[in-house]
Design a binder for this molecule. Structure first.
Ligand SMILES: [Zn+2]
Ligand SMILES: [Zn+2]
Length: 421
């Protein structure tokens, strides 16, 4: 099927190509001119951007299909405007060998968006022995991480970085000092004291961010820091980048939108790890999105069942769903004048592709036609019950949003998006 996307606002920062005009899709690729029988799609008033890539999601399959499956999670991704996702390895069994990676890739072949598996750094995520990185890479893994927890043993992390590097895999760090964080279930501060809950200090993140940077410098490995939530970490990353260390970082929409105040009232749908922080941290995250210290917006989409959230706060599962609210929440930064549309596309498409070393992130002629069409202006109310994810654990239920993704193309295949309204 051939298409011509007419009169859109084309935002292709990777090629410095920002203009009103048309994009042709022929035989699954972006073309210089429309092919025979191209179907015309009117994109007036819409943004036509490289397909959005979420480099941090939990799809729960294999093993926890009651929370999400590869199919339901990728449908949620398509609904929210993403053309590709990278899925973390903390499934059951863990994606720590080629057989599990192959299983994910086989499932993904039937799904509406691309899936890039992230393999484990350590076998069983036990932090003791390295996983089979070569096998996983051969089957399609693009990065390694023990996300869900850190690799606490510094020596193992060093070896893991060296091993990953030799296979051309990006190392993604869940940066948390487990001893400092132990027993904590929200941000440590006046509010946690008032609520009678044990807090997790910002230092639990910063201590580990600093270690990872030191090890990346030692090993020369490409390091990516997941879900950055604090001003302190951001200062460390900024300094590392100034020194030329190959480090990138992501944050999630909840860290630039919410603060710890969202957990007041013991709302378990605002419980995640790292926890929501204070206003100064939120401001630092927003500034880091502008100045380039943070490279990407990723959702850390973490679906859970109601039963795992409908318990007392300290015992509730960590994490919120994110795939279907991310575009709306991120567009808010543009509507507020904080980010330009080009910068938003860098954060959600260009840099994610670069961080993982995968295709996409550009609308260059000849590229696979992975495209997201965004309606930036229409207001709507996010209704979690309308989301396609199996998980309904979102703190944004009932939120006013402005703008959503209308359609995606993945390898030239058109899928209508489905704003949860
Ligand atoms: Zn994590
Ligand atoms: Zn995660």
């Amino acid at each position: 099927m051939n298409y011509i996307l007419k009169n859109g606002y084309i935002i292709d920062p990777a090629q410095d190509n920002i203009r009103h005009g048309d994009i042709a899709v022929n035989d699954g690729r972006i073309a210089a001119a429309p092919g025979p029988n191209a179907e015309e799609i009117d994109c007036r008033g819409k943004w036509v951007v490289p397909g959005l890539i979420d480099i941090h999601v939990h799809l729960r399959e294999p093993g926890e299909e009651y929370k999400e499956t590869i199919y339901s999670g990728t449908r949620a991704a398509a609904a929210g405007g993403f053309t590709a996702v990278a899925c973390m390895p903390n499934t059951r069994p863990v994606n720590d060998n080629g057989t599990v990676t192959r299983f994910i890739m086989e499932r993904a072949a039937e799904c509406p968006v691309r899936v890039y598996p992230v393999g484990a750094i350590s076998h069983h995520l036990d932090g003791e022995r390295l996983a089979e990185m070569g096998e996983m890479k051969k089957e399609g893994a693009v990065a390694v991480s023990d996300d869900g927890k850190p690799v606490s043993n510094s020596q193992l992390m060093r070896r893991g970085m060296e091993y990953a590097s030799s296979h051309g895999l990006t190392v993604i760090s869940h940066s948390e000092d487990m001893v400092l964080a132990r027993g904590g279930c929200m941000n440590e501060g006046a509010l946690s004291t008032r609520m009678g809950l044990k807090g997790i200090p910002a230092a639990a993140e910063a201590v580990m961010v600093q270690r990872e940077i030191a090890l990346a410098q030692l090993t020369g490995t490409r390091l990516h820091l997941a879900h950055i939530s604090t001003a302190q970490s951001i200062d460390l990353i900024r300094r590392a980048k100034e020194q030329g260390i190959a480090v990138t970082a992501e944050t999630a929409p909840h860290y630039f939108t919410l603060t710890e105040e969202a957990v007041a009232g013991y709302n378990t749908n605002a419980k995640m790890n790292p926890p929501l922080r204070g206003e100064a941290d939120r401001k630092a995250v927003r500034a880091a999105l502008v100045d380039g210290t943070i490279d990407a917006i990723a959702t850390d989409h973490a679906p859970h069942s109601q039963e795992e959230k409908d318990v007392e706060f300290a015992r509730a599962a960590n994490g919120i769903t994110g795939l279907e609210s991310a575009v709306g929440l991120s567009l808010a930064l543009v509507h507020e004048g904080l980010l330009t549309p080009e910068r938003l596309v860098e954060l959600m498409a260009v840099n994610p592709a670069r961080i993982l070393g995968v295709e996409g992130g550009s609308l260059a002629v000849g590229n696979s036609a992975d495209i997201t069409v965004i309606n930036p202006d229409e207001s709507w109310i996010f209704q979690v019950e309308k989301t396609l994810s199996k998980g309904k654990n979102s703190p944004f239920d009932g939120w006013q949003m402005k703008g959503f993704a209308e359609m995606i193309f993945v390898g030239g295949r058109l899928t209508e998006c489905h704003p949860a309204r």
